[in-house]
Write a protein that binds this ligand. Structure first.
Ligand SMILES: Cc1cc2nc3c(=O)[nH]c(=O)nc-3n(C[C@H](O)[C@H](O)[C@H](O)COP(=O)(O)OP(=O)(O)OC[C@H]3O[C@@H](n4cnc5c(N)ncnc54)[C@H](O)[C@@H]3O)c2cc1C
Length: 448
């Protein structure tokens, strides 16, 4: 059957969630261009494998030892990660493909018109179409950028040997996660960032604490750098860069290009369906994730918003609401938290102190992570926790948690913010002990 109620292009988080929900009662055809990507970017080449390696890197750092010992642990971690992603891929595939209402087609899909999609030379018809094609690394067209030891995040994850020296081009969140992970595995790490300020969008005080800790851990960070190109001889890459007008050369056995990700729209022939794009080349959607063509929706990284798995998931809730008459839209999703899995992790929601002050009066609370007993138990006692509170409503305006387990703690703050809970409730709450979240007693008691 080449006809279904719903055609879904891409097996990502939003697409697979919609396929499972819609496939309970309706016919669905889902297209995936790469069988190694069933389940999407997150489980195959991004969140899950990187966080599995982050944990293995923490263990390896505790054990220490020679390069040979660390390299052996690294190779085993890469292998384990492959087993894990393989299991998840298989589970994801069967969750959809075993449903008789859902057909999974291996093939790259492109639009024929607003109701038809073509893959492998066959045309499929659908009443509604959902685009979930994700994003891919942006690789600047620099001389030598395709040399063998130059990687993007997903290819570096398959390198079986530990780089002795990793050079990272890009000072964003993905670059920082890799920097932290490879430092823990035992690589020397150099980072070249084009921006003059480290983590320029983050709260200044917290960004400074993170930068200082990275320096202590041995990260060589260069700011205001223009990377000019690469040469490689006998496995050693020479990176040419311009720093303060001076040409500088860096040698490393691996280079990671982490210069952002762009929406995957190439080859989709969106113009044939009349789907409009944003100025930045993403699929343009309204607050219901509906494109400029009423029967076509788009979810996840391809719409050019915040690039997180849980945003793609939330987009799928919004589309379900649009299809079934619910009230969820991207305008009522509340503040969006995020975590960067460095060591210790950094998590944030809401405004920075500077942005909060630009809007008016603000109360500030902060404590060092070394005041939290659990941080010592975990052996991660560095860090800083900071919150911003509205003096009138007593509601939380922002939280910047650079401490162990912050990726768990930030979700509690999101709940408090969404439900307009005054900060005193978190201050006076009972928390189990010893935990990182009990730090909210002291953190919110420090608000002034
Ligand atoms: C290294 C790294 C670490 C990350 N860590 C985290 C994290 O810890 N937490 C977090 O929340 N987010 C993280 N992210 C971001 C997260 O991975 C993405 O936001 C999320 O996976 C996007 O999912 P999606 O639903 O947009 O689509 P994707 O999961 O990207 O799926 C899109 C699918 O569409 C397929 N496709 C593309 N074009 C076509 C076509 N024409 N026809 C058929 N199929 C097609 C692709 O092959 C792909 O399988 C990370 C990203 C990276 C790169």
């Amino acid at each position: 059957m080449n006809k279904a109620e719903y055609l879904i292009i891409g097996f990502g988080k939003g697409g697979k969630t919609l396929a499972a929900a819609l496939g309970k009662t309706s016919s669905v055809i889902l297209f995936e261009q790469d069988p190694k990507m069933y389940g999407g970017t997150c489980i195959n080449v991004a969140c899950i494998p990187t966080k599995a390696l982050v944990e293995q890197a923490l263990l390896s750092a505790k054990l220490g030892g020679s390069y040979a010992e660390r390299n052996a642990r690294y190779a085993s971690a890469i292998e384990k990660k492959g087993v894990l992603t393989g299991k998840l891929r298989d589970k994801n595939y069967h969750k959809l493909a075993d449903n008789p209402n859902i057909q999974v087609i291996d093939g790259k899909a492109s639009f024929v018109d607003a109701r038809h999609v073509e893959a492998n030379g066959i045309v499929y018809e659908g009443n509604k179409i959902i685009i979930n094609t994700g994003a891919r690394p942006f690789v600047p067209p620099l001389p030598g950028v395709n040399l063998p030891n130059i990687y993007v995040s997903e290819t570096l994850l398959d390198r079986p040997s530990l780089p002795k020296h990793l050079l990272i081009v890009g000072g964003g969140y993905i670059g920082l996660e890799f920097a932290s992970m490879y430092l823990n595995f035992g690589s020397e790490v150099t980072m070249l960032q084009v921006e003059p300020t480290f983590l320029a969008r983050e709260d200044e005080e917290v960004a400074k604490a993170i930068e200082d800790d990275f320096a202590k851990r041995g990260l060589k960070l260069y700011k205001s750098v223009t990377t000019e190109g690469f040469e490689e001889k006998k496995g050693i890459v020479t990176t040419k860069a311009l720093i303060e007008g001076k040409e500088t050369l860096f040698e490393s056995d691996a280079v990671l290009i982490a210069t952002g990700r762009r929406p995957n729209i190439e080859g989709l022939a969106l113009e044939k369906a009349g789907v409009a794009l944003t100025e930045r080349g993403a699929v343009k959607v309204n607050e219901h994730n509906q494109t400029s063509v009423p029967n076509i929706y788009a979810v996840g990284d391809v719409v050019g918003g915040l690039q997180f798995t849980y945003i793609s998931l939330d987009d799928s809730r919004i589309v379900l609401a649009a299809l079934n008459g619910g009230s969820r839209t991207s305008l009522n999703r509340g503040a969006v938290p995020y975590s960067v899995f460095i060591d210790p992790p950094f998590s944030r929601i809401g405004l920075s102190e500077k942005d909060a002050r630009a809007k008016g009066e603000v109360l500030v609370g902060k404590i060092p992570a070394n005041s939290i007993p659990k941080a010592h138990i975990l052996g991660q006692s560095n860090g800083l926790l900071k919150v911003l509170v509205d003096p009138k409503s007593h509601e939380i305006l922002g939280a910047h948690l650079y401490c162990a387990e912050s990726h768990e703690m930030i979700n509690l703050i999101k709940l408090a913010m969404d439900h307009h809970i005054p900060y005193e409730d978190l201050r006076d709450e009972i928390y189990t002990h010893p935990t990182m979240s009990e730090a909210f007693n002291d953190l919110f008691a420090s608000v002034k």
